[in-house]
Design a protein around this ligand. Structure first.
Ligand code: IPM
Ligand code: MG
Length: 357
């Protein structure tokens, strides 16, 4: 029996997570497994009820579960609050408290969606990139940070980009191990031409690279990587990078696939794991049954693969997604022609129907 904590969060979070839960149910029934799911509030939903983005009790429930499935947090309603109590803090607390240092964001272009991308067919066809983003360090968590008054009566805002040897080593190891199961190429992304933290990053990643002579390692500055992702994305296999650079580059990589509504993620630590779509809460379409549930459903596939080691079932879910897209069904973010458009809930049902084991 597996214990899953479900955290729908805000905006479209509830809708997409609902479809992912249908998938979990179907998987459980075809494979005769039991997934015990519990639901809790995080983000704006938790702020409204409890005054904080995540309660100690929910954090404990997350620690007690085998895996966490999260929808999205945030929305305009809570944007005026102080940073410490914004919805986004729920995510940061979960990442830090559960030790989820490795964020895997695979950007693969589905053959049926090549023409949905804003880039040319020959550029995106066959793209298969895994962004490995460091998730519990860097400028997101570094201290000192804050906004202070200056002597001239003005203000100064500041954050600290910091990486220790240990933090770099463990994320680099993860990237190299994953590359071994793929095309054996790692590109490490930094800004070593100006940042000391990047100088150390590059040195430590190179050191780990020596232990993986069968994996080809190269380094790119982040600005060049941003350009290369659009110019020739097929050159990439695994990209390993810092928290902030990974945040930015993974959104860029997502757009190669046609829509950010397609991108799943896994956040892994040594003892815990959290799965969530890369897209946010999309308040403009929330509650309209228009969201694309595929990123969350593919996050469930990642959960089956990485937490439960149920590789065949992960493949079965991914095959069902590919099948539905091949048949021409689209959510509105993917539609080239509005005739094909199905609502979020229908897309979920279509995928569920096609899961075979
Ligand atoms: C992401 C998001 C988050 C991040 C926000 C919501 C805190 O953009 O997961 O990419 O910046 O990490
Ligand atoms: Mg982001």
């Amino acid at each position: 029996m597996y214990k899953i904590l479900v955290l729908p969060g805000d905006g479209v979070g509830r809708e997409v997570v609902g479809e992912a839960e249908k998938v979990l149910k179907k998987v459980a029934s075809v494979a005769h497994l039991v997934f015990e799911t519990k639901e809790a509030e995080v983000g704006g939903a938790s702020i409204d009820r409890n005054g904080v983005p995540i309660t100690a009790d929910v954090l404990k429930q997350a620690k007690d579960s085998d895996a966490v499935l999260l929808g999205a947090v945030g929305g305009p309603k809570w944007d005026q609050l102080a940073y410490a109590v914004r919805p986004e803090q729920a995510l940061l607390a979960l990442r830090k408290e559960l030790g989820l240092y490795a964020n895997l964001r695979p950007a693969t272009v589905d053959p049926s969606l090549i023409d949905v991308s804003t880039l040319k067919r020959e550029i995106v066809e066959g793209v298969d990139i895994l962004v490995v983003r460091e998730l519990t360090g860097g400028i997101y968590f570094g201290t000192p940070k804050g906004i202070e008054k200056t002597r001239d009566g003005s203000e100064r805002g500041f954050n600290t980009e910091t990486y220790s040897t240990h933090e770099i080593e463990r994320i680099a190891l993860k990237a190299f191990e994953l590359a071994r199961k793929r095309r054996r190429k790692v590109v490490s992304v930094d800004k070593a031409n100006i940042l000391e933290s990047s100088e150390l990053w590059r040195r430590v990643v190179s050191g780990i690279g020596k232990r993986f002579p069968d994996v080809q390692l190269s380094h790119l500055y982040v600005d060049n990587c941003a350009m290369q992702l659009i110019r020739n994305p097929k050159q990439f296999d695994v990209i390993v990078t810092t928290n902030m650079f990974g945040d930015i580059l993974s959104d860029e990589a997502a757009m190669l696939t046609g829509s950010i509504g397609m991108l799943p993620s896994a956040s892994l630590g040594d003892t815990h794991a959290l799965y969530e779509p890369v897209h946010g809460s999309a308040p403009d379409i929330a509650g309209k049954d228009q969201a694309n549930p595929i990123a969350t459903i593919l996050s469930v596939a990642m959960m089956l693969r990485y937490t439960f080691q149920l590789h065949d079932l992960a493949l079965a879910v991914e095959a069902a997604v590919r099948g539905v897209l091949k048949e021409g069904f689209r959510t509105q973010d993917l539609a080239e022609d509005s005739k094909q458009t199905v609502p979020c809930s229908k897309m979920g049902d279509l995928i569920v129907e096609r899961i075979k084991h």
